[in-house]
Design a protein around this ligand. Structure first.
Ligand SMILES: [Zn+2]
Length: 430
């Protein structure tokens, strides 16, 4: 197992960890009361928190609350104490701004360094950071972690795939940080150029996040690039990427519990669910200053896998890989499904390439699903028709979804910089 960045904190016995969480929760509530009386008013009528369980009496905070608080209405420090901000890449309306104090930036560097160390990245490594450096938190999150570890950084940011491959090869890059769909783009351009990751690079580790990605996709990327991949979580609102990551045991994503208190709730009843049951992750920040969050509803669906110490020695609880975002659920003809379920079914077939796009439209008052699937078989042949109908049958068998499958040549679906566009819903625009 690779070295930990902060072994004392990462292996704290659970009673000590929970005592620290309670102390920090009380501190955070006091910090909110001192810094933003209006925000503290949300908790005013409630008793003082005496145990971690009592957090259930506190109200949730939602993405909408944060939107309505634009730009700094929930901030708990004056703007003169802020040193930077990131913005959430929400698709609708007012953006969510997350300001940072100098301590917040240090906290971000610390959790991100723990993540990189868990993935086996250290001082002797070279990391190529491919998420963008800008309002999106990804580029800077990896940057602060790698800076903390004194790992050599290639801060290339998003896009320029040809140059990305050139640097991977020429600069002896060992670790790749990316939004989860970006490795597919690298693989595709590599194939066009006859570039072989196994023989032409020293790449060993991939740290991917920001999107829900299936196990099937993960297996493909690992095989093609010859790397071990790690699934990193965290979002703008919680202070950025780095809230947790899976370790070499790959038995769940460790959450840095001395910084974050995690609950899993039933999104409908808003009541906590038992460990092992799926629900929405709710996060309370325990060490953030500029925008501390109490019971933030992330919309991410996961479950608690274990609160026992892991084979790696870390004691923080482990959650499952994010199954979906509750916002991503598609409802069509009375059937609820998630893009990741479609992805898993498609990717089980070897003749399906790595890109696909789900189009929803309303024709004559009826919803229709049309899925574009990239495949080397795209030409109109008997074998391509057979594949399309096999995929269509599988989707119906497993999801109850009737969809028209259209095979399209590899490279024909547009690749935007940043996150992949997997769903185009035109049902309400026509
Ligand atoms: Zn572990």
């Amino acid at each position: 197992m690779p070295a930990m960045y902060q072994p004392d904190l990462e292996t704290l016995p659970r009673p000590d960890l929970e005592a620290l969480q309670l102390e920090r929760l009380r501190h955070t509530l006091a910090h909110i009361a001192a810094g933003n009386p209006a925000y503290a008013g949300r908790f005013a009528s409630l008793p003082t928190v005496q145990s971690l369980e009592q957090i259930r009496h506190l109200p949730f905070i939602t993405k909408n609350d944060l939107r309505h608080a634009y730009p700094f209405q929930l901030a708990c420090v004056p703007q003169t104490e802020m040193v930077r901000m990131q913005m959430s890449s929400g698709t609708t309306g007012t953006p969510i701004i997350c300001p940072h104090t100098a301590n917040d930036v240090r906290q971000w560097g610390e959790i991100s360094a723990r993540c990189l160390a868990a993935a086996g990245v250290g001082r002797e490594d070279v990391i190529q950071i491919t998420p963008s450096f800008g309002l999106f938190n990804g580029g800077f999150g990896f940057h602060y972690g790698a800076s903390t570890l004194e790992t050599m950084i290639i801060p290339i940011g998003a896009g320029r795939t040809g140059l990305q491959l050139q640097f991977l090869r020429d600069l002896n890059v060992t670790a790749l940080a990316a939004v989860a769909s970006y490795p597919l783009r690298l693989i595709e351009v590599a194939a066009e150029e006859g570039f072989d990751f196994h023989t032409q690079t020293r790449l060993r580790v991939g740290i991917f996040g920001a999107e829900v990605w299936s196990d099937e996709l993960r297996r493909r990327v690992e095989m093609t690039m010859g790397i071990e991949t790690f699934d990193i979580i965290g979002m703008t609102e919680t202070g950025g990427v780095g809230m947790g990551i899976d370790c070499p045991a790959h038995s769940g994503i460790h959450v840095w519990e001395d910084h974050y208190l995690v609950e899993i709730i039933d999104p409908e009843s808003e009541q906590p669910v038992a460990d092992g049951e799926w629900g929405e992750m709710v996060v309370t920040t325990l060490t953030r200053e500029a925008l501390p969050l109490i019971r933030f509803r992330t919309r991410d669906i996961t479950r608690i896998l274990s609160r026992e110490a892991c084979a790696c020695g870390r004691t923080g609880l482990r959650v499952d890989r994010i199954a979906c975002r509750s916002d991503d659920m598609l409802k069509i003809k009375g059937i609820n499904f998630y893009p990741k379920q479609v992805e898993t079914i498609l990717m089980e077939h070897e003749q399906v390439a790595n890109d696909y796009q789900i189009h929803l439209q309303r024709v004559g008052g009826k919803d229709e699903v049309h899925i574009l699937v990239e495949s080397p078989l795209a030409a109109e042949t008997a074998s391509s028709r057979a594949l399309a109908s096999r995929l269509s049958d599988k989707l119906y068998d497993q999801l109850g979804l009737r969809a028209r499958i259209e095979l399209t040549p590899v490279g024909s679906i547009e690749r935007p910089p940043g996150k992949a566009v997997r769903v185009i819903d035109r049902r309400h625009t026509a």
